[in-house]
Ligand binder design. Structure first.
Ligand code: CAA
Length: 260
């Protein structure tokens, strides 16, 4: 695939997506969002890609939000369509079978923070900055901010960030549970790739079932979620990886998973 607004490479089973509009601080315009949706659709069907890492090109930003220049003249109907279209692409980071890791290198504001929150795991550089500053522009978030932020950090802190538009640093993001780890900028991609490789070495069907279990279970009450987990656990015994993983343990050797 040929992209104008993204870079994509696969390194040892890890797909690395780089948002690539550095002159606009990787602002998310429709073209970028459509490319991201098409790419994630392809990745979802490609078992050779076991984990996805997404980061921002350029020095300063992961993504400084949805593209304000593109949004400025939208009508209400067009604004709704812009949101629905972006939401579709961004939600794929959550719904593709592979785990997704955001490596946040700089500003992750508005839509940028919303992309980060749709990922399964977040690693921030000490220079990363997070916020939902939409209220400064007279709009409410449109790519999942009012929904994913409270689910991640709780409604009280989410409301403070959403109402004030405050921008927070990586340490505060770590304290409130918005990011899993904070590392020096020069270590960011390595840390994300290291984690991705660790995940890629496991039984992939089990990893995917674990993602599915958490994602689906978050929308269920506990009793139904536990029942759902029981079904997934049973299903995992239909895989060759389960036979290999348990045999390897008992034979005291490393497992060689095939993802089947
Ligand atoms: N959309 C379009 N262009 C943007 C942009 C955005 N969200 N953010 C930055 N840019 C552009 C700037 O217009 C500027 O372009 P020019 O060089 O052509 O003038 C370039 O990127 C560099 O930006 P700045 O000169 O502003 O850089 P700075 O270092 O002074 O400030 C910043 C950096 C604080 C991140 C500032 O750019 C900023 O506040 N950006 C907007 C942040 C924002 O409000 N994001 C939310 C957008 S709304 C949204 O995302 C809605 C939704 O949920 C769907």
């Amino acid at each position: 695939m040929d992209f104008q607004n993204l870079l994509f490479e696969v390194r040892e089973g890890v797909g690395i997506i780089t948002l690539n509009r550095p002159k606009a601080l990787n602002a998310l315009n429709s073209a970028l969002l459509n490319e991201m949706g098409a790419l994630l659709d392809d990745i979802a069907k490609n078992d050779e890609i076991k984990v996805v890492v997404i980061t921002g090109g350029g020095e300063k930003a992961f993504a400084a939000g949805a593209d304000i220049a593109e949004m400025q003249a939208l009508t209400a109907t067009e604004g709704r369509a812009f949101s629905a279209n972006g939401m579709k692409s961004i939600s794929m980071l959550e719904t593709i079978p592979q785990p997704t890791i955001a490596a946040v290198n700089g500003f992750a504001l508005g839509g940028g923070c919303e992309v980060v929150m749709a990922c399964d795991i977040r690693i921030a550089s000490t220079k990363a900055k997070f916020g939902q500053p939409e209220v400064n522009l007279g709009v409410t978030p449109g790519f999942g901010g009012t929904q994913r932020l409270p689910r991640l950090v709780g409604p009280a802190i989410a409301k403070e960030l959403l109402f004030t538009g405050d921008v927070i640093g990586a340490e505060r993001a770590y304290q409130i549970g918005l990011v899993n780890h904070v590392v020096e900028p020069e270590e960011l991609l390595n840390k994300a790739l290291e984690m991705a490789q660790k995940i890629a070495a496991k039984g992939q069907l089990a990893v995917r079932m674990s993602k599915q279990g958490v994602n689906e279970g978050m929308n269920m009450d506990l009793a139904r979620g536990l029942q759902y987990e029981t079904e997934l656990f049973g299903l995992s015994f239909s895989t060759e990886d389960q036979k290999e993983g348990m045999a390897a343990f008992l034979e005291k050797r490393p497992a060689e998973f095939k993802g089947r």
